[in-house]
Design a binder for this molecule. Structure first.
Ligand code: M6R
Length: 611
């Protein structure tokens, strides 16, 4: 969950570069931040509780440095505090270390170290790891990289680490299960938990594999394999530009990302709808199409917002292809002894491609012989690499912790997959295929229409921003949209919000309804519209206030509700791509009215790399 940055090079810009990288990685955790460097044969550290700006203030007096490592933390072991912040310096001050992940056997290692006289100053598993490496280094008189290799043999858990010693000659990195990237610049190397600190500094990047160790000096990068032998590596081109990590004039990344959706959905569709012939082109799954078409069932695993898009995918795929689809929380999947075999297809949906639960679920499914597909945003991420095949969503870097453009990208990718399968299986003919393709093609400009009208939605949000409880309701494919609307509101405004299928209301939740608990109905005019309208009337009859998100101007509806947002019309299968957008704008505005930090909501982190 945490962010790691490192710099080593001939320029004296290490501190500035590491701080800049930490600002960019702050979305991965913002409980505390710190950095370490080596000066005159000694390790120096600066740490601060809270945001990177606090650390920045403490670093103003540091002189020019050629190497440094830094960290922004999302607490796992030990509360957010300066003592628990990374880097951790080992007991005998031989080395400093930053870590993302969890050391599962840290208590066991700590007891061994205590018996050897080690004293600990924090509650973290990371300090244990720093001391464990130091212990190996001193015991066997090893170079730093050899000590890291030796020590990691006894470590269980997930880690991405960057370590420096007091000589200030090198940074040693290692990883298992948590991501680590190294940018290769002009006479300099930049290390990052992901590529964001590297953008604009290096054109080439390598993503370290599990069990590899990287030894980075000012002039050289060497990668060692699990047996500590030098191994070759291949750098990839880093295609992201600086705009991806800047706010482009918006007040928040979240608002920027909401506004990017016409472009990002178009990017997801680009080249896939316009391929020669009627078919939808999804190059990443072409090789496995025969297995996909034979699938006995599809299981989709995901977390959070991605789980909501998985539910939408279920409606789309089952509706269009008649292939049964199960959707599971990735965190539940592996512990329920799932029934999977080699005739099943398991799809993981993930923005980051690093979510630990999703990754673990897919790894389990892989051992059962299932075909693994990834619907992933981050190119080259762990889940992209472990999947047999997949579809990139091409939504670009999403910095806001609350997922917006990644969600619509996932839904767009799922619609492409569902349509492609349905056409190949013969469930839709050329005419229906063309209708769906035409409708998809219009989605980006229809999203733009909604964005152009965002002031009206914000006006509604202003009126409703004082309420403390909300219900979000929808039927069919609009139910997961309601779930996503509720999640967006609760995660950035801290307002209690729940979502139900509208038909479930009268089985219990309607007891919550009074003037103080407004309902937001997601109700495009599909086959469930009439029923949903009746559910809405039931709420009105109990003095509930109602906002409706629909795609039809219906007098009955307008007369019944307190506010209505009308989105452009599309085919029923595709309505989530439009009805979601007003809910994003609504939540963002309510959170701003409540002075919340929409990009960095409390307790959350963007990339959840621990289970
Ligand atoms: O990177 P992933 O899509 O795998 O992340 C899954 C969830 O952690 C993520 O969607 C989370 O729910 C967001 N904060 C929602 O806005």
């Amino acid at each position: 969950m945490c962010g790691i940055v490192g710099y080593i090079g001939h320029d004296n810009t290490a501190i500035k570069t590491v701080l800049k990288g930490l600002y960019r990685l702050e979305y991965r955790g913002y409980d505390s931040a710190g950095l370490a460097y080596a000066e005159s044969g000694q390790i120096k550290i600066k740490r601060a509780k809270g945001a990177v700006s606090g650390l920045n203030d403490k670093c103003k007096q540091i002189g020019p440095q050629t190497l440094a490592i830094g960290h922004t933390r999302w607490a796992t072991h030990g509360k957010p505090s300066e003592e628990n912040a990374h880097p951790h310096v080992s007991f005998k001050r031989e080395l400093a270390l930053v870590h993302n992940g969890i050391i599962e056997n840290y208590k066991y290692l700590k007891e061994i170290l205590k018996d050897e006289g080690y004293i600990f100053s924090s509650e973290t598993d990371t300090e244990v790891l720093a001391n464990w490496i130091e212990h190996a280094k001193l015991r066997y008189d090893l170079a730093l990289e050899d000590a890291v290799h030796e020590a990691l043999k006894g470590v269980h858990g997930a880690y991405a680490i960057a370590v420096l010693d007091s000589t200030g000659q090198k940074i040693v990195c290692a990883k298992k299960s948590s991501p680590l990237a190294i940018g290769i610049g002009e006479k300099e190397y930049i290390i990052g938990s992901d590529a964001t600190p590297i953008i604009g500094m290096a054109k080439d990047v390598i993503y370290l594999e599990d069990d590899q160790i990287a030894v980075v000096t000012k002039d050289d990068l060497k990668i060692r394999d699990i047996d500590n032998n030098d191994t070759s590596y291949k750098a990839e081109k880093l295609l992201l530009d600086l705009q991806a990590v800047e706010k482009k004039g918006f007040d928040s990344f979240m608002m920027k990302e909401i506004n990017e959706q016409p472009e990002t959905v178009a990017d997801c569709l680009r080249g896939r709808l316009t391929a020669p012939g009627p078919e939808i082109a999804l190059g990443g799954i072409e090789a496995v199409m025969p297995s996909l078409l034979r699938a006995r069932k599809i299981i989709i695993v995901a977390c959070g917002t991605s789980w909501h898009s998985a539910l939408i995918g279920k409606y789309m795929i089952e509706g269009l292809t008649r292939i049964p689809v199960e959707v599971d929380y990735a965190s539940e999947f592996r512990y329920r002894r799932p029934i999977i075999d080699s005739e099943d297809v398991v799809i993981g949906i993930t923005q980051s491609g690093e979510t630990a639960d999703t990754k673990a679920a897919l790894e389990l499914a892989k051992t059962k012989g299932a075909l693994i597909l990834g619907i992933v945003n981050v190119v080259g991420s762990s889940i992209a690499r472990l999947s047999h095949a997949g579809i990139y969503t091409h939504s670009g870097v999403e910095v806001g912790v609350a997922s917006t453009k990644a969600f619509t990208g996932q839904v767009a990718a799922l619609s492409l997959l569902a349509i492609k399968l349905a056409y190949r299986l013969g469930y839709i003919d050329d005419e229906k295929l063309m209708d769906l393709k035409d409708a998809l093609e219009e989605i980006p400009s229809q999203i733009q229409e909604i964005l152009d009208d965002s002031t009206a939605i914000e006006g509604i949000a202003d009126i409703f921003s004082q309420y403390e409880d909300f219900l979000f309701l929808g039927r069919g494919i609009s139910f997961p949209v309601a779930l996503e609307g509720a999640l967006k509101l609760k995660e950035i405004s801290y307002i209690h919000a729940e979502a139900y299928p509208a038909g479930e209301m009268k089985h219990g939740p309607i007891a919550l309804i009074d003037e103080a608990c407004p309902s937001i109905f997601v109700m495009p005019k599909d086959n469930t519209y009439g029923k949903t309208l009746s559910n809405l009337q039931e709420i009105k009859a109990r003095s509930g206030r109602v906002i409706a998100i629909t795609d039809v101007v219906d007098e009955d509806l307008v007369n019944s509700v307190d506010a209505v947002v009308v989105v452009p019309k599309t085919l029923p299968e595709l309505t989530p791509l439009l009805t979601t957008v007003p809910l994003q704008i609504f939540s963002h505005r309510v959170a701003i009215k409540r002075s919340r930090n929409v990009d960095k909501p409390r307790n959350l982190a963007k990339s959840v790399t621990v289970e």
